[in-house]
Design a protein around this ligand. Sequence first.
Ligand code: ADP
Ligand code: ADP
Length: 228
Amino acid sequence: MIEMQDVWKEYANGTHALNGISVHITKGEFVYVVGPSGAGKSTFIKLMYREERPTRGHIFVNGFNIERLKNRKIPYLRRSIGVVFQDFKLLPRLTAGENVAYALEVISTPHRHIRKRVKEVMELVGLGDKLDVLPNQLSGGEQQRVAVARALVNNPSVIIADEPTGNLDPENSWGIMKLFQRINDRGTTIVMATHNKDIVNTIRKRVIAIENGKIVRDESKGMYGYDN
Ligand code: ADP
Ligand code: ADP
């Protein structure tokens, strides 16, 4: 499902963000990625959806060879992955429903099918009554749930999230985690970078710790392991 073999990433300015990462994540796993700021967590995540390319090493995600992937094939990769960000990244001029529909692959899809699928995922995240509302009329927790609906709309086999609870209060953070658990229970793989110690230590899952661009710990039902 996700395979990295001796992956290195050096940014154009000479920063060594990842220094030889090898990891295997199988279908249906729930994985936390933890570590100090600047450790390389976001870079690790960005490589998976080909936001960045590795300097060397091999990466396979859902059967796509990331370093060989042609730009015109990126949409096919992205359709098999749902991505959730810390700052939601909703389009402000589109309603919640339109934000979700926009992410849906619409080639020759009849209108009523789009409406139906959007309603379905919005109901799944508990926002079936907010389809026609603009993002700035929603609370932070609701905006993140729209972002989760958008990530789910193409029925991806993997959800990748970079600090999805970073801008949320504890109550909304637990709400998003409940959603992720439900999504994971249906067989979707979840990879989530986080600084949320309470969540990692309460909902026990595989923990991959990255420091200075290297995996220093990889434990099933692991702990957060840092002070904050
Ligand atoms: P984390 O998510 O753990 O905070 P990042 O992957 O964002 O870590 O960053 C790892 C290192 O790479 C840091 O030193 C960071 O400053 C650097 N970095 C991240 N993105 C870029 C970039 N686009 N250009 C140059 N350096 C970057
Ligand atoms: P929270 O307490 O989670 O921060 P808010 O107080 O922001 O939530 O919002 C509570 C409810 O009010 C939410 O259901 C949200 O959709 C609605 N709401 C917030 N701001 C607006 C607005 N400007 N217009 C319409 N509804 C709003």
